[in-house]
Design a protein around this ligand. Structure first.
Ligand SMILES: [Zn+2]
Length: 325
């Protein structure tokens, strides 16, 4: 069973399909993968024609704290990153250690050094916004079962763009068969390693000779499922300026049919939640002093944004309120 829209809106207009499937960029894009782990996300981007280089990771005995980009900005077109999510996870049993926020600071430092055209960050729903005054900021959630996979668990994606571009992942909803891959020892013990690899999108078990079963399950289970990775890689290759009359104002990248401003009921709820949380919600951002990375409200970060690079989010909301008026 399938429908064309994960938000449950069966009226997805045809025009926007073409926009979503717009022309791919034809030049080679060099992408730096930060916090790669096994780099399932990088694997999906490579499959779609990006040239992905892997950054440091404790798995390979290297740390982002020791990593520095010294060659001039402009060499790296994009950054993909899956910073550690334990501090932000609902499943956390102990108070946050602060490591998660420190890693977001390191990520912003590398963004500052590399000044890529775009940045794509994957994490859990509770992660703060990662904002930089020079980049537009789009936040959306996406599930494996919306991209051809079988898992329900949602991943939160943040897309930052120097040119103010937006991404529109193509969602083809299928009925989920599995809640998620859980990487805890108890949950993982109920599945074979081969089954976990299969659910993450691999045809055969990923060979990790010498690894314990628990380490293998954690490494594969923590990765971004390949179906989501492919949908994101295609969306990034087709990024384009926001379509103020065609994109949902919630930033999910789904198409709308005017005079509607939201793609479906889930988008309306998302906007309501965002309005309630905005005052208290934290954004981890780079300050004007550049060396410091401090928590601020998203509105405070937006106020530092030069007029030439306005937030997609704010711009769309502005158009939405104009239309509503
Ligand atoms: Zn939406």
């Amino acid at each position: 069973m399938s429908s064309s829209n994960g938000a449950g809106n069966s009226e997805a207009p045809q025009r926007t399909r073409r926009a979503q499937r717009g022309p791919r960029k034809t030049f080679m894009e060099l992408v730096l993968s930060l916090f790669p782990g096994l780099d399932l996300l990088g694997h999906a981007f490579t499959e779609q024609g990006f040239c992905v280089v892997r950054g440091p990771d404790p798995l390979y005995n290297s740390r982002i704290e020791d990593f520095q980009i010294k060659i001039s900005a402009g060499g790296v077109t994009g950054i993909i990153a899956g910073p550690p999510c334990q501090d932000f996870s609902k499943a956390r049993r102990v108070p946050p250690a602060g490591h998660g926020l420190r890693m977001l600071g390191e990520l912003l430092r590398v963004i500052d050094e590399a000044r890529p055209e775009w940045v794509l960050i994957e994490n859990v729903p509770q992660v703060p916004d990662v904002m930089h005054p020079l980049y537009s900021h789009q936040r959306l959630d996406i599930a494996d079962c919306e991209c051809g996979g079988t898992q329900l668990r949602r991943r939160h994606i943040q897309f930052l763009s120097l040119a103010g571009h937006t991404i529109r992942p193509i969602r083809e909803f299928t009925r989920p068969r599995h809640a998620a891959i859980l990487t805890s020892a108890t949950a993982a013990s109920s599945h074979t390693y081969a089954e976990i690899c299969r659910r993450q999108g691999f045809g055969a078990p990923v060979a990790l000779p010498g690894w314990s079963r628990e380490a293998k399950v954690r490494a594969v289970g923590n990765g971004v499922p390949l179906c989501i990775g492919r949908a994101l890689a295609i969306a990034v290759s087709r990024r384009s300026p926001p379509d103020l009359h065609g994109d949902c104002i919630c930033g999910c990248g789904r198409p709308i049919k005017p005079p509607a401003t939201q793609a479906g009921p889930a988008c309306r709820k998302r906007m309501e939640r965002r309005r309630k949380w905005t005052a208290a919600k934290m954004a981890w951002s780079v300050t004007a002093e550049k060396a410091e990375y401090t928590p601020q409200t998203p509105a405070a970060v937006r106020s530092q944004t030069p007029a030439s690079v306005r937030s997609i989010d704010g711009e769309l909301r502005h158009v939405g309120s104009r239309r509503a008026g």
